[in-house]
Design a binder for this molecule. Structure first.
Ligand code: MG
Length: 380
């Protein structure tokens, strides 16, 4: 079964404010239309995607979705209904789809399951996603005084995409030209096409007001996962302990470095900086600066954690591997986890510390120094 999708993006969207039509406004770093187009273009059951737009927005359109695999956009009309009709007519040749989904660009968060459910429900008739009305309904014609409490039983809030057999909805739209119907289901109903209701989704909201945009930004925050890695080595020298993960571990040697030479904390610091693209430990704490001579390395890690937080990030987990023959890390592991989680301000279960040897091979095997590697995962 061939399925095409029409995304209606020709409106001016003035209610949401802003200087450009709302379908081109950025939301979580990309235009609304791109969120929407990706939902369909990336859906395994959708073969072709066509955007109906206002040619005056050509540059905005190119910037938003020019690189996606879409059909060439089609100019909209004076009303939404006319725009949909233009889109349907453009899809009719050369390869007529069997099913068409008609979707509003402003419903940028349509879940893939909703798209699939609508496709599956289209047969001889159409199908639309909808949610039952749960609030009590009041009629107040003058906007103040209630004249009636309206029964909500059997009432549904219609969403998009609305799905139809292609030939039937094209004919219905052509027959309804000049009339003003509120959605494509109404056009279908007028033509006697049966339309069924399938489950919609609360997140499938239509971005209309500034408040909708603000709410969507908040909902999207924390959904981007980032990863950073860090690696560090310090050489053994004279001493009676090494600093590792913020604690002093008794040993026959010390570690040499400009600071306290805590390779574990240095690797963790670089991993966090890496996750936010903030350079490396040397950029923030230049070894040339005497201020950091002998400095306790928790200062570095704390700074990196604060940078992550300042950018709206939250640490999901830190995973560190210490590589050395000696000292033995196992007896100190839990103390190290507690110390690291305290420095970065996260719970201990989000901090992992592991140790390995290199089977006496290489510089760590010859006990010339200690290496550490770390991975940090954050959401922002
Ligand atoms: Mg170092």
């Amino acid at each position: 079964m061939s399925v095409a999708a029409i995304i209606v993006a020709a409106g001016r969207g003035v209610r949401a404010g802003g200087e450009m039509p709302k379908q081109y406004r950025a939301l979580a770093g990309k235009p609304v239309l791109r969120h929407t187009a990706e939902a369909f273009a990336g859906h395994p059951s959708v073969d072709r995607v066509l955007v109906v737009y206002n040619p005056a927005d050509q540059e905005l359109y190119n910037a938003a979705v020019g690189d996606l695999e879409l059909l060439p956009p089609v100019a909209g009309g004076a009303s939404r209904q006319e725009s949909v009709r233009n889109g349907l007519q453009a899809l009719a040749a050369p390869e007529t789809p069997e099913v068409v989904l008609i979707h509003d660009a402003a419903r940028a968060f349509v879940p893939p399951e909703v798209i699939q459910t609508v496709i599956d429900a289209v047969a001889d008739g159409g199908a639309i996603p909808a949610l039952p009305v749960v609030d009590t309904l009041k009629r107040a014609e003058d906007g103040a005084t209630i004249t009636e409490t309206v029964s909500r039983s059997g009432l549904w809030r219609a969403q998009t995409p609305q799905g139809f057999p292609f030939a039937a909805i094209l004919a219905a739209h052509e027959a309804a030209a000049g009339e003003e119907l509120t959605d494509d289901a109404a056009v279908a109903e007028r033509a006697g096409i049966a339309v069924t209701v399938v489950p919609g989704a609360e997140e499938n909201i239509k971005l209309t007001t500034q408040q909708d945009f603000d709410r969507a930004e908040r909902a999207l925050a924390g959904t981007e996962t980032r990863t950073g890695m860090g690696y560090d080595v310090h050489r053994f020298g004279p001493g009676d302990h090494v600093m590792l993960c913020g604690i002093a571990v008794p040993h026959s040697h010390g570690l040499i470095g400009h600071s306290d030479a805590d390779a574990g904390l240095h690797a963790l610091t670089d991993a966090l900086l890496g996750a936010i693209g903030a350079g490396d430990i040397g950029d923030h704490f230049p070894p040339s600066d005497p201020k950091w001579a002998g400095a306790p390395s928790d200062v570095f890690l704390k700074h990196a954690a604060e940078l992550v937080a300042a950018r709206g990030g939250r640490i999901v987990n830190l995973d560190l591997t210490l590589i050395c023959e000696r000292p033995k890390i196992g007896p100190h592991r839990e103390t190290m986890r507690a110390r690291v989680s305290e420095i970065v301000g996260t719970s201990e279960d989000r901090v992992s510390i592991k140790a390995t040897t290199t089977e006496r091979l290489g510089f760590t095997g010859r006990e010339e120094g200690i290496a550490a590697q770390a991975i940090a995962t954050i959401v922002m």
